[in-house]
Design a protein around this ligand. Structure first.
Ligand code: ADP
Ligand code: MG
Length: 700
């Protein structure tokens, strides 16, 4: 294809079940020029890849509306134009809701009273036409939907219930019909409230980003919308303001609260050279920032996008719920038909149609997932899909990378040994030059040791990182190798690590120049303080095996692992780490791998769930399924707990629905459940399930 594809987002309102999202998807994909579409039910939008030469937004809006849903941007704009009427409309709706509630409750009591014989045929004294009018008036929004869907050839769960209403009307019981309608609307309302609650967490997150920036142009400060700011420009941030972009500080000092990204509200000090992130708050002091990323490209923008798109990675249980709803309607329809034909009892038939609970089972699961993902994002945990929550809840093995993950990742060079009459400065300068372009924490340790001795660093002519082993570079025409004993043994035949050189808990970096050992650096990294408590919590949450995997030598691994009481394997290359993950998976374990994305990204991707330590705010660890936006081990057991709680809620929902439906349908079909009770009973699972899922919105 010659033309370039473009990605657009279109808000879609009115979808309340997976089938609805599927309809919208189908309608959009049918348009010529649409390459792919992803319809997000809970975030109420479609993300569409299209060819702008062939299809434009108005055509998409039309397709969405044609499928029976609306594009709220247009509706909102219309509402904004008529502020007054919209407000009074809301008041009117509230009034109707209160009136409906009172009326419905009274009617319910009356009908039950009649059934028990407490009242004498009260409702029959009301003319049937009046009752019919009442039913139609209260149920209109539902009937309207059902009829529209029927015209498109779709059957909704409300379709069956509407047939039940019809059956009740057919035998003259308008009051029963009205009560059914009343409960349908209560269920609808509850559904709306909970799904809005879950979406709000995500929307609140997005709303944290400032919409304008104060940009310095031609020596003047100008306030302008974020969209008009370009990379490379300078923005000014005053105390108490949110930083509008990602960038580096070029002037001033400030304390910044980065909670929006990391969930941690302890402010950090920033000054010239420091990186700052959009949506974080400058508390004291003002700074000038050179823009490196704007809008959706910022770390914060990526977090928001990942959270919104988390819905795409659907959990298996979610697909199960969808399948369940697809089978459910035909089954209920058949039971109703059989009841009608075999028992010739319209009231029992109505009860069957009514007792069938609506599609809230399909909605309750994504709401639970979304609520948890939103709750996680607020605490600095980015979960990339419900799928991973489901897997995490089943995990029993945790594998941990060492450098940068279990340790702080800020090793210090504590000793320098030299050979062949070189000075410590010579060795350090050589090593630091070779490490100049390495991103490994050990490389940073070497560079900072050189910096603290004010050594001049040569520019390497060639540089190559050897993952899990070290680096090879050409410095001043000489080949320099810095790395572990394994790397030296491989590159220099006859090399043997000197005995006693490998100390518990310390990493030894050998430095060689043109095939001869020049020296050795001993690096010490500190265990993260919160690790022991976090490991204890992991065990309490059902993790049965924890193992440290490292490319470092045996002694270094043992020195860390033994006091923690975890197993360890040393001298591993990145490929060995993948093999170990696979080994556990082959034994039927569900494996969580915790790493920092340096040399362990493939193992993170191979694991059932890869958790990346975020290192400040680097969420670019694409291989990970969960990213911790703050370097804090206590978040690991927390994610596990969120996952277990979510799945607990989801399973309770599913189990409850299953039992409810079997019992309810049986009683109704056998005629033991009068339609009036069926109506009350049908909203029970909806309300219970939604309340259950809603618990996750407010979890701490
Ligand atoms: P871990 O598995 O503990 O996270 P890595 O796989 O990143 O560690 O590295 C394993 C070992 O390889 C380190 O302990 C170190 O000896 C050596 N190494 C890796 N990268 C470098 C580097 N840039 N400079 C020196 N040594 C390195
Ligand atoms: Mg590592």
């Amino acid at each position: 294809m010659l033309s370039k594809l473009q990605t657009v987002e279109v808000p879609v309102a009115g979808m309340d079940c997976a089938e609805c999202a599927a309809h919208v998807h189908k309608a959009i994909c049918a348009l010529p020029g649409v390459a792919a579409a992803n319809v997000l039910l809970a975030s109420e939008k479609a993300i569409i890849q299209l060819d702008p030469a062939q299809v434009q937004l108005p055509a998409i809006y039309k397709a969405v509306e044609g499928a029976g849903y609306s594009v709220p941007a247009a509706a909102e704009a219309a509402a904004a134009r008529e502020d007054g009427p919209a407000l009074s409309g809301q008041f009117y709706r509230k009034l109707m809701a209160v009136f409906g509630l009172v009326f419905g409750a009274v009617l319910f009591v009356v009908v039950v009273g009649e059934w028990l014989g407490v009242f004498e045929q009260l409702t029959q004294r009301v003319p049937f036409a009046v009752g019919l009018l009442l039913v139609i008036a209260t149920g209109w929004p539902i009937f309207h939907n059902v009829i529209r869907a029927a015209l498109r050839g779709q059957v909704l769960s409300h379709t069956l219930m509407s047939l039940g209403v019809l059956a009740a009307l057919a035998v003259g019981q308008w009051a029963t019909a009205a009560v059914v309608v009343f409960f349908m609307r209560v269920g609808d309302y509850a559904e709306k409230l909970t799904s809005e609650g879950a979406r709000r967490a995500v929307k609140e997150l997005a709303a944290l980003a400032p919409q304008t920036a104060r940009v310095e142009r031609d020596g003047v400060e100008q306030e302008m919308p974020i969209g008009a700011v370009a990379v490379g420009e300078t923005v000014v941030v005053r105390p108490g303001e949110k930083i509008p972009v990602d960038g580096s500080v070029i002037g001033g000092q400030a304390t910044v609260d980065q909670a929006a990204i990391t969930g941690e509200s302890m402010p950090v000090e920033v000054g010239p050279g420091a990186e700052v992130y959009a949506a974080t708050l400058a508390q004291l002091g003002s700074i000038r920032v050179r823009v490196t990323r704007v809008g959706g490209d910022t770390t914060f923008g990526q977090v928001v996008r990942l959270v919104e798109q988390a819905e795409t990675h659907r959990a298996g249980v979610q697909r199960f719920a969808d399948k369940f709803s697809a089978w459910y309607l035909p089954i209920v329809g058949t039971i109703a038909l059989l009841t009608f034909v075999l028992r010739q009892d319209p009231l029992a038939t109505a009860a069957v149609l009514v007792v069938a609970c609506s599609c809230s089972i399909a909605l309750a699961t994504p709401i639970a997932m979304l609520a948890s993902i939103g709750a996680g994002a607020k605490r600095g945990v980015l979960i990339k899909g419900g799928k991973y929550l489901e897997t995490l809840a089943r995990a029993d093995v945790v594998l941990i990378d060492k450098t940068g993950t279990l340790t702080l990742g800020q090793p210090q060079i504590t000793e320098i040994g030299t050979f062949n009459g070189l000075s410590q400065e010579n060795v350090l300068a050589l090593a630091a030059a070779a490490e100049r372009y390495s991103e490994h924490p050990l490389a940073e340790a070497v560079r900072s040791a050189a910096r603290s001795r004010s050594l001049q660093l040569a520019e390497p002519q060639e540089f190559k990182a050897i993952p899990g082993m070290g680096v090879r570079a050409v410095v001043g025409g000489k080949t320099v190798i810095v790395g572990n004993a394994r790397l030296l043994a491989e590159s220099m035949p006859g090399f043997h690590a000197p005995p006693g050189g490998e100390l518990p808990g310390k990493t030894v970096l050998y430095v060689a120049q043109d095939g001869e050992v020049a020296g050795a650096l001993s690096a010490e990294d500190t265990l993260r303080g919160e690790v022991p408590a976090a490991l204890a919590q992991l065990r309490a949450l059902g993790i049965r095996h924890v193992e440290l995997l490292t490319g470092d030598h045996e002694q270094a691994a043992a020195g860390l692992a033994q006091p923690l009481g975890v197993a360890w394997r040393a001298n591993l290359l990145p490929a060995d780490k993948i093999a170990i993950v696979k080994e556990y998976q082959a034994q039927g374990h569900v494996v969580v791998m915790v790493g920092d994305g340096v040399n362990d990204a493939p193992a993170l991707a191979q694991a059932d769930v890869g958790i990346a330590m975020g290192r400040g705010a680097d969420i670019a660890v694409a291989a990970a399924h969960v990213t911790l936006l703050r370097d804090d081990w206590s978040l690991v057991p927390q994610v596990l707990q969120i996952a277990q709680r979510t799945m607990g809620v989801v399973k309770l929902n599913l189990g409850f629905t299953a039992v409810y439906n079997v019992v309810g349908l049986t009683l109704a079909a056998l005629g033991f459940l009068p339609p009036i009770f069926a109506a009350a009973a049908q909203s029970l699972p909806d309300l219970a399930m939604l309340a259950n899922s809603a618990r996750l919105i407010r979890q701490r």
